[in-house]
Design a protein around this ligand. Structure first.
Ligand code: ARG
Ligand code: ZN
Length: 884
């Protein structure tokens, strides 16, 4: 199978990095905004002291209609420049030269949502930009790479009635009226920045604002902008922003550095949000929140993403990336900072459970399949394909390991030194590790191997107890499955946080040379940095149960031959909330295997007994209990199988949950549901959220035992719900179970939220997730719904993303019809928006590990896709890699 486009372009390689021949001191942009036809004039002051004047200036530019070009005040004849295949070459440039260009671009025709585009309708929508990674070249000619940092002055001009609000990054620097009902506004950014952080917004927008005083006493105006009908849903985000700003001052000593901070919500956005300097732009999904249309999870996501983008101001903007291979330098680090923040604002163990679940659901499968790549990739064809779970989530885990190694103060010192050394620069991952290491006199270079090797390491643990010597020996070893591209993998430093428990569930003091002197602790971190190592614990009176990798101290798969009884002990007693949950997950895995009949049925009983006991008597927090009562998802179960049959996995996981529900008992479930449902207040505090989370879980379990009763309760909960969390939970049960009450509930939901795109997305998603063969017909019917469109990324994801990536038993039909429909839609989507098409296409990632019939069906669908001549570079790269 050959991919025509795929083979045509060689990849871009990290090892080929060269400093830019020419850089840019200052940029002055003047933008005449119009929906169909915008003109951009640019004035660049160029620097190239070390560059010989005979080296042509090379600027990126995609789809620009060049109207005028001059160098040092003289119009250039067509022999002095060449514009071809996305590159403008100009001769005769010297250090200090001024290049001026004027180009025409067409925002309304831009369906890829990269560069300048229109959000919403022609009549009422607004104009905005998305430049990361390489969108700026769709706006004007520029060396569009992150290591060219320049000072920007941006002047916007537009019709005042159609575009009353004009915004760009930086500080405001004047505004005024022009003839013919037009007006202008200017913005100056004192901080040099890369082109990917450029942004502008123009249109009819409302705002809310507040003044923020930095720790140094400087006032900053915080403003959130949205379309008028949703401006009331922005208050939660504004509060979250203020919390994030305070937290960064307190935790990292980082203050905001402009006079204004603007945030804008759009319904048309490829990603979650974007940290443009002084002008963050958000997918509305991660900015708007109100009880009637947002779930508790969505509230937390808004807080997290608002914080994430804000934190980028230091980790990303003030210190940016030298090249796109270093993407995790800003993303992994910023995800880590956001995780720390969210843990502090909410509950640390719950946040950890949420993040590790996400890692296992998205990053582990990515790392185990044909799309696997290192946290710092060595090559790419299309950088937008590398905004992945590996770069973000695994990248964050790597920073977490470093932070754990240095301790709270050591990490802070290291971060201080990183900012001190690299403020205003474009840095690399080596710079980051060097700063952290130098500040603590520790050589962190062994951790570089984590950034270079793809794949999830396996950590094998085996304990042996010697009663005569009262010693417990823990042998740890690590294995990497060699990938074809990197045959010899290095041992990695793997920090293992651990405790030992006695048979009564009490933690033991740790004695031995690996655990330091002084008063023995009950928790310690040991670092495995060889292929295998023994660790000896002394003064141990009886065989202990080790609690390993506490808090998920390294992103590995732990293999340890626990007995069901040992896992049940940890599930009942471990004081580390994360590891308690983890023991339950491991036990559920064994229980799942036991349903296959190949393993000991004891595991299932142990899991059910331990959870039933916790359900009845324990004082565990409701939210943690809800998580404990949830076995790993279908994708996680699939990840452990050599030949995946998604239909079987679904059935077996349901059976496992049925066992659990039976153990707890319908009566106990019903009683708990009633108790929880008695609280009809709708508050956002942790306790209320936890109650709703448990209520949902209890209802789901009850539905497995007594469907009629549960559907009755669900229908009532749906009708009386005070907020989206309860409403959607009830709808989910009805729709997934195909209960007779589902149809009415769907109609009423649909009517209630006819004008609310984010809520309507959930209506599509919940139906796309009906398990099993029924899903395909539902998806086909939903495609015909007047509210469905492939043009809106959130809507396309709500239907096709949910179907292909979050409904394994529905998508992986044995007849391959799911694959064929999906492949056809990918082609249509690719013509509109290659980034979204490529992202959705990663749903095919695990196809090689499917059982033979499905594998062949997937191969055929993918093969047909690969034959298409018109694939974008984005989709072409994903299909090419998936087929490898
Ligand atoms: N830097 C953004 C973030 O906060 C992501 C933007 C990615 N955009 C893209 N088209 N690849 O994570
Ligand atoms: Zn980010």
């Amino acid at each position: 199978m050959t991919l025509v486009n795929e083979l045509a372009t060689p990849p871009i390689r990290l090892r080929d990095y060269h400093q830019p021949a020419w850089s840019v001191d200052t940029v002055e942009l003047e933008v005449e905004l119009d929906i169909d036809c915008t003109e951009v004039s640019s004035r660049l002051v160029l620097r190239g002291a070390a560059t010989t004047p005979s080296t042509p200036l090379r600027l990126d530019g995609e789809g620009l209609e060049l109207l005028a070009i001059s160098l040092d005040g003289k119009a250039l004849g067509s022999d002095a420049y060449r514009y071809d295949k996305g590159v403008l070459e100009v001769d005769g440039v010297h250090d200090g030269s001024v290049l001026q260009t004027r180009v025409r671009i067409r925002p309304a025709a831009n369906t890829a949502l990269e560069g300048l585009y229109l959000s919403g309708s022609r009549d009422s929508g607004f104009l905005l930009t998305q430049c990361e990674a390489e969108g700026f070249r769709h706006i004007t000619f520029f060396p569009d790479r992150p290591d060219v940092l320049a000072r920007y002055t941006v002047t916007l001009r537009a019709d005042r009635a159609r575009f009353p609000v004009l915004l760009a990054g930086g500080n405001p620097d004047g505004q005024g009226g022009l003839a013919d009902g037009r007006h202008w506004a200017r913005f100056v950014d004192p901080h040099p920045r890369p082109s990917y952080l450029f942004a502008l917004v123009a249109g009819r927008l409302e705002h809310i604002q507040r003044e923020y005083i930095t720790a140094d006493g400087r006032p900053v105006k915080l403003v959130i902008w949205s379309e008028a009908n949703v401006i009331d849903c922005c208050h939660y985000a504004l509060d979250a922003l203020e919390r994030a700003m305070r937290w960064d001052e307190r935790t990292y000593g980082r203050q905001y550095d402009l006079d204004v901070f603007h945030v804008v919500a759009t319904h048309d956005f490829n990603m979650g949000a974007m940290e443009n300097k002084g002008l963050n732009i958000f997918n509305a999904k991660y900015l708007l929140a109100d009880p009637d249309s947002s779930t508790d999870e969505e509230y937390r996501a808004v807080e997290a993403v608002v914080a994430h983008e804000y934190f980028h101001n230091w980790t990303g903007n003030r210190v940016t990336c030298r090249d796109w291979f270093q993407l995790s330098l800003k993303e992994g680090l910023t995800v880590f900072r956001e995780q720390q923040f969210s843990a502090e604002m909410n509950s640390p163990p719950l946040k950890r459970i949420e993040d590790v679940s996400l890692l296992r659901r998205t990053q582990f499968p990515e790392d185990a399949g044909p799309l696997a790549h290192p946290v710092r990739p060595a090559e790419y064809r299309e950088i937008n394909n590398f905004y992945t779970a590996t770069v973000y989530e695994k990248g964050s885990e790597l920073v977490r390991m470093l932070a754990g190694r240095l301790g709270q103060h050591g990490f802070r010192h290291g971060m201080d030194l990183y900012f001190e050394r690299h403020d205003g620069q474009a840095a690399t991952i080596e710079h980051f590790l060097a700063a952290l290491g130098d500040a603590n006199d520790i050589d962190l270079t062994p951790y570089l191997a984590w950034y270079a090797q793809p794949g999830t390491p396996r950590l094998h643990a085996k304990g042996q107890y010697d009663p005569a010597r009262r010693e417990y020996t823990l042998t740890l070893s690590q294995q990497m499955r060699p990938a074809s591209s990197q045959p010899d993998k290095m041992p990695l430093p793997i920090p293992v946080k651990l405790s030992l428990f006695d048979q009564h569930g009490r933690m033991l003091p740790l004695h031995g040379e690996d655990f330091g002197g002084g008063i023995p602790q009950t928790e310690s971190v040991i670092v495995l940095d060889k292929a295998a190592q023994h660790f000896i614990f002394r003064h141990v009176d009886a065989p202990p149960v080790p609690s390993l990798l506490r808090g998920f101290s390294a992103p590995v798969v732990l293999e340890c031959d626990y007995t069901p009884a040992e896992l049940a002990l940890l599930l009942t007693h471990d004081a580390d909330g994360f590891n308690r949950w983890e023991a339950g997950q491991q036990l559920a895995m064994l229980a799942f295997d036991s349903l296959q009949g190949t393993h000991d049925a004891k595991a299932c009983d142990a899991w059910c007994d331990a959870l039933a006991a916790l359900f009845q008597h324990s004082t565990v927090d409701d939210a943690l209990l809800a998580d404990l009562l949830t076995p790993p998802g279908e994708i996680e179960f699939a990840d452990r199988q050599l030949e995946v049959d998604p239909a079987k996995i679904h059935v077996r996981r349901q059976a496992l949950q049925h066992r659990l529900a039976t153990h707890i008992g319908a009566q106990a479930l019903l009683e708990r549901y009633r108790t929880l449902a008695a609280d009809t207040s709708h508050r956002l505090d942790a306790g209320s959220q936890a109650g709703r989370r448990l209520k949902r879980r209890v209802l789901e379990l009850l539905a497995l035992l007594d469907a009629d009763q549960a559907h009755d309760l669900a229908a009532r909960q749906f009708e009386n719900a005070k907020g989206m969390t309860d409403r959607l939970a009830a709808l989910g049960v009805l729709v997934r179970d195909r209960a007779w009450q589902a149809a009415d509930a769907l109609v009423s939901f649909r009517e209630r939220y006819a004008d609310n795109p984010l809520a309507l997305d959930k209506w599509f998603t919940v139906q796309a997730q009906v398990p099993g063969e029924a899903a395909l017909a539902i998806v086909q019917q939903l495609e015909g719904d007047p509210a469905f469109t492939l043009k809106n990324p959130n809507r396309a994801r709500a239907l096709f993303g949910a179907f292909a990536s979050a409904n394994p038993s529905g998508f992986h039909r044995i007849d391959g019809a799911g694959y064929r429909l999906f492949a056809e839609r990918l082609i249509q989507l690719d013509a509109l928006n290659p980034q979204i098409a490529a992202r959705l296409a990663t749903a095919f990632n695990g196809w090689q590990r499917l059982e033979p019939v499905r594998r062949e069906a997937a191969r055929l669908a993918l093969g047909a896709l690969a034959q298409r001549q018109e694939l974008s570079r984005n989709l072409g790269e994903i299909i090419g890699n998936v087929l490898q």
